[in-house]
Design a protein around this ligand. Structure first.
Ligand code: AMP
Ligand code: MG
Length: 411
């Protein structure tokens, strides 16, 4: 089966999470908004001053100049957060600071720099006789921030489906919201298999290897912001594995397994699928590495189960190509899908021919160039992943020669 078809089938089987939850703003970055956010009042809620100066009737100041200043009586002084209780009439003004409400009667603000202001002396509000000389006037509504200039009550500020960033949280906070309604995060279960596989940390008995796959998958999920993940290891025991998947299916939105999908005697996942009365979606995708991927929907809870190869690099490749599109759908988060680019290949691919291949590469964004990494490109090796920042696709018919334009998948 071609890769695109496998992705289509998998996405069709995947069900987006529909439950929502209300969470505090400070925890909402990266989450997906489930409901449109509407403004419940005008922003700003009152006309305000954009600078430090004097609230005036613009018409009183129009003819002011350096030679012939206009002198106004100062009725009082307000800071941001305060309100002036009174009205500005002809020949009057109120000293005010940035963010303070423009008092009744005033319709413009004169910059402090355009007056004779000196702290505690001229232009300051000392008492009822305080006065200020204005050297440059303002027209009505100059330096005047309208009530509702930013948005009006009832305006839609954020649309459902928005992947929230700090900018969005600032908007929501500015609109007075302390919580947002977001989609519940998907719950994902990861199970590695293999009798030869042991948890890192313990001793390595002869014939055994450490379990890297479980941590590659759990780590990539975390990279994508998906942290409601349970993971463990299961030996090559089809009954135990079927039971564990059945159990996990009760509260998981997706189950990812590694190992046991090929044709060997211990490739248990076919038996597990049968035991679970799973509906097979596909087995084997035309790509390298990681061709024998198996996917099914479990019989009971109808949870998609993606069974990746055990080969560590095959796991990494299939996660990027097959699992991410599913994660995107179940989480409603378009940022989760792989970003692709075209890049110019800097060196010859050491492997080509047969099916589509995905090589470990290093992409230089500013030059749009990609290097296939030296070192082993064998599917069982992981060390050359250390500096890999992309997968390079060598199409079926391409030789993967230096200078060719190739598609890359950013990690
Ligand atoms: P399998 O797909 O189960 O036949 O495994 C293919 C290869 O990957 C074998 O060499 C396994 O030993 C190795 N392998 C399987 N699972 C893991 C794992 N969790 N971590 C590292 N290597 C693994
Ligand atoms: Mg195995």
């Amino acid at each position: 089966m071609i890769l695109e078809e496998a992705i289509r089938i998998l996405r069709e089987a995947a069900v987006p999470v529909m439950e929502t939850e209300r969470i505090p703003l400070a925890q909402a970055s990266g989450r997906v908004l489930a409901k449109d956010l509407q403004a419940v009042y005008d922003q700003p809620p009152f006309p305000r001053s954009p600078l430090d100066g004097y609230a005036v009737r613009g018409e009183d100041t129009l003819c002011a100049s350096g030679e012939e200043p206009v002198e106004l009586r100062i009725l009082g002084k307000i800071f941001a957060g305060e309100v002036f209780h009174g009205e500005v009439h002809k020949g009057e003004c109120v000293r005010l600071m940035t963010g303070a409400p423009v008092p009744e009667g005033a319709n413009a603000v004169i910059r402090q720099e355009d007056t004779d202001y000196e702290p505690g002396k001229t232009g300051d509000y000392i008492g009822p006789d305080s006065r200020v000389k204005i050297f440059r006037g303002a027209s009505p509504y100059q330096n005047y921030v309208y009530e509702g200039e930013d948005y009006r009550k009832g305006d839609t500020l954020l649309r459902a489906g928005t992947v929230l960033t700090g900018m969005h949280l600032g908007i929501a906070a500015g609109a007075g919201r302390e919580e947002l309604e977001v989609y519940r995060e998907p719950v994902i279960t990861v199970i590695s298999t293999g009798d030869e596989v042991v948890a890192p940390g313990g001793d390595l008995a002869p014939g055994k290897i450490y379990d890297s796959n479980r941590f590659t998958v759990v780590g990539r999920l975390a990279d994508l912001g998906l942290c409601r993940v349970e993971s463990w290891h299961c030996p090559d025991d089809p009954t135990a594995m079927a039971n564990q998947i059945r159990q996990a299916g009760k509260n998981s939105d997706l189950i990812i397994t590694t190992g046991g999908v090929s044709v060997g005697e211990k490739d248990i996942m076919h038996q597990v699928m049968a035991d679970l009365k799973g509906e097979k979606l596909f087995w084997k995708v035309s790509l390298k590495p990681g061709a024998p991927t198996l996917a099914f929907v479990s019989g009971g809870d109808k949870v998609p189960v993606i069974c990746l190869t055990g080969n560590p690099y095959g796991v990494a490749v299939n996660f990027e190509l097959l699992v991410r599109p599913v994660l995107e759908k179940i989480s409603h988060n378009p940022k989760i899908s792989s970003k692709t680019r075209m890049g110019k290949l800097k060196n010859d691919s050491p492997k080509w021919g047969g099916v589509r291949r995905f090589m470990r590469g290093h992409y230089e964004e500013d030059r749009s160039e990609v290097t296939i990494l030296a070192g082993s490109q064998a599917s069982g090796t992981l060390s050359s992943m250390a500096v890999c920042n992309c997968l390079v696709e060598i199409p079926e018919k391409s030789r993967g020669k230096a200078g060719e334009d190739v598609k890359i998948y950013l990690l």
